[in-house]
Design a protein around this ligand. Structure first.
Ligand code: ZN
Length: 383
């Protein structure tokens, strides 16, 4: 059964606008996708994705928290409507801004994306776009285009299992979706999020926030969302189109507090992974934004302090000290805020301050993996 689902719930003015934006192209899709026969080219694609999905299930990066996974699945389900039973969500600990949905129904949501979105509506904007590619069968069309050249190589670029991230980044650029597919996925995405009640204006907010990081990253520094941008290029007119359609689409749910409560247990580890990327300019730009949040403020302040301390350019040590102290003042700071202070004071030769901070760290985390090293520092400072 074919149906014209995507624009049916929108007002007629939106319908006309959307149709003009996609040059009156009709986007029809099945109410559910059945598994194709294994000797068809689509069947081959599904089989390949099934094997990738097995790797994801065993991946050490998979977040194995059934409640959290169910929570994310419920959001994807609201967007996917009748396709809900076919969507299988996998949250993964990868500090890059990315989500994707493979033709067999496997949906990956990476932690770098979850760290960056402010609310459920922003997550829904990205997932709706990915579901849009799925509904419109863009990957199958890409497969047919790419078959003579590269076989399944592009599939790894678009949906590859984590663990091959390095090669993924390289592969992805050459296998981006076409401009037409991006525009179509944008419009399906906005329609889906609007129908699910989410505020469609949050879609443009996602991209605006990401651009703060792009602008801050220095030459040669690849940013955390390079992955998404390379597979989903977002030129200015596409962004303007998103904004225009959003303004005319209903929906006001953001669920900001709920979202931030759900991700709170993961923040510390996601922020650690973000710092480990060693892309401090874009990380600091990200944290300039996140430190404005009220909830878990000390985690963000501490992390920005870490980024300043490790970048160590110009006034960075002083900026790090300011952030660590602000995290302590705010309360519930990670013990490592005191370690960071201790290391900077030690480097500056301020022995008493260094010793006091390291002792506080030691008292808060007596069994830390670096406890012997910290003990030796304290002894060194006493001598
Ligand atoms: Zn896309």
């Amino acid at each position: 059964m074919k149906r014209r689902l995507l624009l049916s719930s929108l007002s007629s003015s939106v319908l006309m606008l959307s149709l003009s934006a996609v040059a009156a192209e009709k986007i029809d899709f099945e109410s559910r996708y059945q598994r194709p026969s294994s000797d068809s080219d689509e069947g081959g694609l599904w089989g390949y994705m099934d094997r990738e999905e097995d790797k994801v299930k065993k991946s050490p990066f998979l977040i194995r928290d059934a409640q959290f996974k169910d929570y994310l699945s419920a959001i994807a389900c609201k967007l996917g409507e009748a396709h809900c039973p076919d969507i299988r969500v996998y949250p993964l600990m990868v500090p890059l801004f990315n989500a994707n949905m493979a033709p067999n129904g496997m949906m990956q949501i990476w932690s770098g994306l979850m760290l960056r979105v402010d609310n459920e509506a922003q997550l829904a904007a990205v997932l709706g776009h990915e579901i849009g590619h799925y509904l419109a069968r863009h990957s199958l069309q890409r497969l047919r285009d790419a078959k003579s050249r590269s076989g399944l190589g592009f599939v790894t670029g678009l949906f590859g299992a984590v663990g091959a991230i390095a090669s993924l980044g390289l592969a992805a650029g050459g296998f981006a979706y076409s401009r037409e597919h991006e525009t179509a996925a944008d419009e399906i995405g906005i329609s889906l999020m609007s129908k699910a009640g989410f505020d469609p204006n949050e879609s443009a907010a996602v991209w605006e926030n990401l651009q703060l990081e792009t602008k801050a990253s220095t030459e040669g520094e690849s940013s955390g969302f390079q992955q998404l941008f390379s597979t989903h290029p977002l030129p200015k007119d596409r962004q303007d189109n998103l904004k225009r359609i959003a303004l005319l689409s209903p929906g006001n749910i953001k669920n900001e507090e709920l979202w931030q409560n759900k991700v709170a247990p993961y923040l510390r580890i996601w922020l650690k992974d973000e710092i480990k990327r060693n892309k401090f300019d874009s990380t600091i730009a990200l944290l300039n934004r996140l430190t404005q949040r009220e909830k878990n403020k000390s985690e963000y302040l501490f992390s920005r302090g870490e980024a300043f301390r490790l970048r160590n350019k110009g006034e960075d040590f002083q900026l790090a000290i300011n952030d660590y102290k602000a995290a302590v003042l705010w309360g519930n700071e990670p013990a490592e805020a005191h370690k960071g202070l201790g290391l900077i004071y030690k480097a500056k030769g301020e022995k008493d301050l260094a010793k006091a901070s390291l002792l506080t760290y030691q008292a808060m985390e007596p069994n830390a993996s670096d406890s012997l090293l910290i003990k030796s520092y304290i002894e060194e400072l006493e001598s």
